[in-house]
Design a protein around this ligand. Structure first.
Ligand SMILES: Nc1ncnc2c1ncn2[C@@H]1O[C@H](COP(=O)(O)OP(=O)(O)OP(=O)(O)O)[C@@H](O)[C@H]1O
Ligand SMILES: CC(C)(CO)[C@@H](O)C(=O)[O-]
Ligand code: BAL
Length: 305
């Protein structure tokens, strides 16, 4: 694996692969790698001929009171893990390489609508930082394919929209969430959890699983497609997280494009962000809502009886 820190070396190395007609797959990361990141590399190997990963803790996507300085940096271990996983090129720039004029005067990419609400509300400006640095990485690497984890579901949706709106010739692949044995979604920030909070953390996924079951099955008095029933399940989920010791940022049910759930929506997704102490965790789970009751058919049946 080649580790490259500057732009000319990266461009030179990638031009060689491109000249040979090899398809380049890019997996961007912020380092402190775990099995979730390695699943991106594994998928990149399946979809491309050359695997490029980037490791950059992007200052532009951190808010002023967030954990930029505390973010775990484990470069040597990450390098070894990437090499063992079959990565061909690691691009690990320093901040001045990507932001020679700092981040304040930086031209930025804003993806409207899908970057608003959810994490966009809790972390103002976060997705502008993500779309901007991902655009830079796309311009520098010019990958054929890029891989992102479904754990950061809104981020994936923002990148898909940016790529579509700006006609970037890149196939975006979402990789399913890799979880610990107890269900907790792997995340670099899990390392911030105290032993006590790590023991509480799986309640986030468990709550989503309980809610999925309730939403898919419906209630005794309600059709599972009933708006009030869904609100009741969401309220119970919020209470369950509160009881488990979480402070909730959001817990929402959306359609899979992150639009609102409409009466005929079936493919939905539960999304949550919640804090245990200072640690902010995110998770999501897909839900297949039952088909709406066909009232005209029900009325016909009733008349027939
Ligand atoms: N558990 C996971 N399963 C699948 N993909 C993941 C998982 N965790 C992270 N990823 C993906 O890896 C890529 C890099 O993410 P990042 O380096 O921010 O790691 P992270 O563990 O999500 O860190 P953080 O705690 O900062 O959110 C992103 O596309 C992200 O969605
Ligand atoms: C996509 C990304 C590498 C951009 O900094 C980051 O947001 C992440 O690690 O998910
Ligand atoms: N995994 C998304 C990067 C971030 O939280 O800043």
């Amino acid at each position: 694996m080649r580790t490259l820190r500057d732009i000319p070396a990266l461009r030179h190395a990638l031009a060689e692969y491109r000249q040979r007609g090899q398809r380049i797959a890019l997996a961007p990361t912020m380092g402190n790698l775990h099995a979730g990141h390695l699943a991106l590399i594994e998928n990149a190997r399946q979809h491309g001929d050359v695997v490029v990963s980037s490791l950059f803790v992007n200052p532009m996507q951190f808010g002023p009171n967030e954990d930029l300085d505390a973010y775990p940096r484990t470069f040597e271990a990450d390098q070894q893990a990437l090499e063992a996983a079959g990565c061909d090129v690691l691009f690990a720039p320093i901040s001045e390489t990507l932001y020679p004029n700092g981040t304040k005067q930086q031209t930025y990419v804003h993806v409207p609508s899908v970057s608003e609400g959810l994490c966009g509300s809790s972390r103002p400006g976060h997705f502008d930082g993500v779309s901007t640095v991902v655009t830079m990485l796309f311009n520098l690497v010019q990958p054929d394919i890029a891989l992102f984890g479904e754990k950061d579901y809104q981020q994936l949706a923002v990148i898909r929209k940016m790529v579509a709106d700006l006609h970037m010739p890149i196939e975006i692949i979402g990789v399913p969430i890799v979880r610990a044995d107890d269900g907790l979604a792997l995340s670099s920030r899990n390392g911030y959890l105290s032993a006590e909070n790590r023991a509480k953390a799986p309640a986030l996924y468990k709550t989503l699983c309980d809610m999925r079951q309730a939403l898919e099955a419906g209630g005794v008095e309600f059709s599972a497609h009933d708006h009030d029933y869904r609100q009741q399940v969401l309220q119970q989920g919020r209470q369950a997280l509160y009881d488990a010791g979480f402070e909730l940022d959001y817990l929402e049910l959306r359609d899979r494009t992150l639009g609102p759930v409409e009466p005929n929506t079936r493919q939905a997704i539960l999304l949550a962000a919640a804090r245990l102490g200072d640690t902010r965790l995110i998770d999501n789970l897909d839900v297949l809502l039952p088909a709406p009751t066909d009232t005209s058919a029900a009325a016909d049946t009733a008349t027939a009886r």
